[in-house]
Each structure stands twice: as structure tokens, then as C-alpha cells.
Write a protein that binds this ligand. Structure first.
Ligand code: PLP
Length: 287
């Protein structure tokens, strides 16, 4: 079965799904995106993802291309067309197509919208979570507004590639003060030797992950100790546990950072419990 993508009002087979060469997303990275988990054919946390999309668009002064309800219909249609049971759906909105000029087009053009979906292998993801992942640290050399989910991801691309070349799966960005900001495509967490869960506050230095928000709710419901504060790489090396969160992988234990085992070098009970609890706290949409 050919994969189907939504491109500016049409549902097309992947090979026919094309955008204009002067799309500002292509030329300037002038756009934003969202990735949502699909589970049992249903969208997870649609409302929170679309709220964040609205915020990202507003920060860049890109018009909302259609109502959140209409976007939700497109997301569900792409999930259904591609018969995704378990996987992810990707939504990208750019400022639109215009003759190349850095300044915003005048008159304003209609934003471009692309939606794709793909199945993930549940058994493979569970095996990854059961084994835990290795991460490496890299300098955080990104711009000052990484709280906006823009498609301009070059530092993240290079960080992830560096991780793979060093035998790891993800990279953790470290700022000039030696504190961990976040993963290349995830939020970063540790559990201290005293058992406190620590993650960086959602300021301009990180993306406010939807998974992060839901995990914080789960932590509070479970009555676990949590602190939203910056933590250093040294603290992470000495942590009892570490883990990352992202919509595509929920909670993934980190068992090695820069080649050093974390805790006993195995996935810890806190990360494992939060992974198990996550969907009790996330919002599951209709099929
Ligand atoms: N931080 C970065 C840089 C990301 O790219 C992502 C997800 O892609 C996240 C954090 C996690 O966000 P979410 O939980 O909404 O997927």
C-alpha cells in the first residue's frame, strides 16, 4: 500500500506529494511542526499538540492555516488513509510560497500545510525501552528560541549524527554553564541518589515537550518528589537514573551518558513506572 500524505488541501500518494521549490520552509526553515503519537489508531494529546502549534505559529507571526478542529480532521484522515495502528503523525506548517526574500511576503501568502504518518514497530520500541539507551553530550549551539518548535533543526540533526557516530542513540545538549538543556529530539531527566526527579524548567532554553507536561502530571499523581531546575552534566553522571521523553517514544530510560553507566547501568524503576503510567494521564482521542 502506498503511503498517503496531505499537501495543501489534497491527499496524495507519497511519490506525488510535492511542495513548491520556493516554499519558505524549504528555503529558510520558516515554519513549525508537531509530532503526535498514534496508539490504537487514535491520536494522543491532540489538544495539547494543537495548542503548542498555535503558540509556535503566533511566535513566528504565521497565520493558523485552518481551525484546530479542521487540522484535527486532517490528522485523523491521514492516520486512517495510512491505516496506522501504532505510529506517529507529522504536521508541518510553513509561511508559504513566495519569491525568495528574507522579509515576510507582502501581500501575505497562505501558509503551506503538510501532514504525513508512519507506523512504528511497537515490539522494537518496547525492546529499546527494556534495554535503555546511551546518550552523549554535545555543546548546545542552538539559537535563543528553541521553545518554538521550528523546522530549523540543523544543530539537532548534527547532534543526533554525532551520537550515532559515537555509538549512542541520542545527544544531550549542554549549555555554557555546564547544565543539560535537553535531548536532540527529547526532554532530559535524571533521578538523584536521594530519589528526586529533576528536569529543566520550560524556559526559552528547551522545548516544552507535551510528553514532559504529561509526565509531570503523572509524577504528581504518583506522589513522587520532583524539582524543575537545571542540572549539570556531572550531576547526571552521578544520578541514580536518567531518561528522556518525547511523543514518539514516551519515556525511554538512559543507561549510559558519555560511556559512563548511570546507576547500575540498567533501566531504573522510576523511568519504567512512568513509561507504564503515561497513557493513564495522556488524552486519547476518538478513532
Ligand atoms: N525537545 C526537542 C528538541 C524535541 O525535538 C522534542 C520532540 O521532538 C522534545 C523536546 C519532546 O517534545 P514532545 O514530548 O512534545 O514530543
Amino acid at each position: 500500500m502506498s503511503r498517503i500524505a496531505y499537501v495543501n488541501g489534497r491527499y496524495l500518494p507519497m511519490r506525488a506529494a510535492k511542495v513548491h521549490v520556493e516554499d519558505r520552509g524549504y528555503q529558510f526553515g520558516d515554519g513549525v511542526y508537531e509530532v503526535c503519537e498514534v496508539r490504537g489508531g487514535r491520536l494522543i494529546d491532540e489538544r495539547r499538540h494543537l495548542d503548542r502549534l498555535k503558540r509556535s505559529l503566533a511566535e513566528l507571526r504565521i497565520r493558523l492555516p485552518m481551525s484546530p478542529a479542521a487540522l484535527g480532521i486532517v490528522l485523523r484522515e491521514v492516520i486512517a488513509e495510512n491505516r496506522i495502528g501504532y505510529g506517529i503523525v507529522y504536521l508541518q506548517v510553513t509561511r508559504g510560497v513566495a519569491r525568495r526574500d528574507h522579509a515576510f511576503p507582502t501581500p501575505e501568502v497562505h501558509p503551506s500545510v503538510v501532514v504525513t504518518a508512519r507506523a512504528l514497530n511497537s515490539a522494537r520500541n518496547e525492546a529499546l525501552a527494556a534495554a535503555g539507551i546511551a546518550v552523549v553530550s554535545v555543546p548546545d549551539n542552538r539559537w535563543g528560541r528553541v521553545d518554538i518548535k521550528t523546522i530549523g533543526l540543523l544543530p539537532n540533526v548534527l547532534a543526533r549524527q554525532a551520537a550515532i557516530e559515537r555509538g549512542a542513540r541520542d545527544a544531550w545538549f549542554v549549555d555554557k554553564d555546564g547544565t543539560v538543556t535537553e535531548g536532540a529530539s527529547s526532554n532530559a531527566w535524571i533521578v538523584t541518589q536521594a530519589g528526586t526527579i529533576v528536569t529543566r524548567p520550560a524556559d526559552d532554553a528547551i522545548l516544552r515537550g507535551i510528553t514532559r507536561t504529561v509526565v509531570l502530571e503523572a509524577i504528581k499523581t504518583l506522589g513522587l518528589a520532583v524539582e524543575e531546575r537545571a542540572f549539570t552534566l556531572e550531576e547526571a553522571y552521578a544520578a541514580r537514573e536518567a531518561f528522556v521523553t518525547a511523543a514518539s517514544q514516551i519515556v525511554l530510560p538512559v543507561v549510559r551518558i558519555d560511556g559512563r553507566p548511570i546507576g547500575d547501568g540498567k533501566p531504573g524503576p522510576v523511568a519504567t513506572a512512568l513509561r507504564r503510567e503515561f497513557h493513564r494521564h495522556a488524552e486519547t482521542g476518538r478513532a
